[in-house]
Design a protein. Structure first.
Length: 360
């Protein structure tokens, strides 16, 4: 059967269908459990959470499912080593002032220096031992990967280029996600700039399969059974689906976010650093369009996120939807399902029908 892949065996799941783990408070216990209970691999993005919050979320997931699930962290959660110069912050204020004026709020003070949380978060991961630990923006140390192996934790790294995939395999990860530029959310590049790491999912998948021996997971531009079948046909051992699950009722996305993913606005997406400081794909916002060519004035991640936070809140309160970043991938216009279990059943049925059709 199509679902008896190396990935499904390694992950201990029935179907090689993974739910993308959403950061920024978009993940939910309900969604993670629904996907895992339906035979796939639910995912929970924890990079913004404190160690105690991760511990509590994990406890809730375990209470909601006895199936495998994935916890996700960001290895690199900051893009600047020291404090940013005052002149850089002044330039950012100059560029974004019209938007703050439009919603009638003052420009924020300079954000405080960011303290990385990754090391403390890692301690919790190693303590609670999820079946799967995935990570983006780099790879943990060899000692950490070895400890995961000893604890029976499957490790999964994300690659946006062939070089990154080879790097990940050489460090000893168990599986690699081939993250194409079609995908919604941040581009998890770590060896080169995200702007120069924009290969499409199915090209990237084939390049990686030629050079890498560990199982590869295709991610980006997949939202139905035909997409899953295409990924498997090109050598993927599993498919990871983000936007289609983000749009489901069970996700923690705002109701307006889900409405936008099912609206005509979903036809237009943009890769931009304007809202967070890191390159990511979302439904095209007015700010993302108007900031094009002014990227030098954007603060590094996560300072830009902190800087833009009051503007986002005010725009939401005033229903100025065109000023807000709603994460979403290029595949959004074909979305159909609002329930995670229905989406899973549809993915399984469509993929099965495709491969059964090849036998006739």
């Amino acid at each position: 059967m199509w679902y008896n892949t190396e990935a499904s065996k390694l992950l201990g799941i029935q179907y090689p269908i993974l739910q993308g783990p959403f950061g920024g408070n978009l993940s939910s216990v309900e969604l993670t459990a629904a996907v895992s209970n339906a035979g796939g691999l639910g995912g929970y993005g924890a990079y913004t959470m404190s160690p105690q919050e991760i511990f509590e979320a994990d406890k809730q997931i375990k209470a909601a499912t006895n199936k495998p699930y994935n916890l996700n962290l960001w290895v690199s959660d900051s893009d600047y080593p020291d404090d940013i110069p005052a002149v850089k912050f002044h330039k950012a204020k100059e560029i974004f002032k019209p938007y703050f004026d439009e919603v009638g709020i003052p420009l924020p003070d300079k954000p405080a220096k960011f303290q990385s949380r990754f090391e403390n978060q890692l301690e919790v991961i190693l303590k609670i031992r999820p079946k799967v630990f995935s990570f983006m923006f780099g790879v943990p140390s060899a000692d950490v990967l070895e400890e995961c192996r000893k604890s029976g934790i499957v490790t999964v790294g994300a690659a946006t280029t062939l070089d990154e995939a080879i790097f990940l395999e050489n460090t000893g990860v168990d599986m690699i996600i081939a993250s194409g530029f079609e995908a919604g959310g941040h581009r998890p590049s770590f060896l080169d700039s995200a702007e120069s790491s924009l290969t499409g999912t199915f090209v990237l998948l084939q390049l990686i399969r030629e050079k890498v021996k560990v199982p590869v997971i295709a991610a980006g531009g997949i939202a139905n059974g035909n997409g899953v079948a295409a990924a498997l046909a090109l050598g993927a051992s599993a498919a990871q689906i983000g936007t289609a699950f983000l749009a489901c009722d069970e996700s923690n996305a705002l109701p307006i976010h889900k409405q936008m993913l099912f609206s005509d606005a979903s036809k237009y997406t943009t890769l931009s650093r304007a809202h967070t400081g890191r390159l990511g794909r979302g439904l095209t916002s007015r700010i993302a369009k108007e900031i094009l060519g002014k990227e030098a004035s954007i603060l590094p991640f996560p300072l830009q996120t902190t800087f833009m936070s009051p503007l986002r809140k005010a725009a939401l309160d005033q229903e100025k939807w065109d000023m807000i970043l709603f994460w979403g991938g290029q595949i959004a216009p074909i979305l159909k399902h609002t329930k995670a279990t229905e989406l899973m059943h549809s993915l399984i049925e469509e993929t099965t029908a495709y491969f059964d059709g090849l036998k006739t």
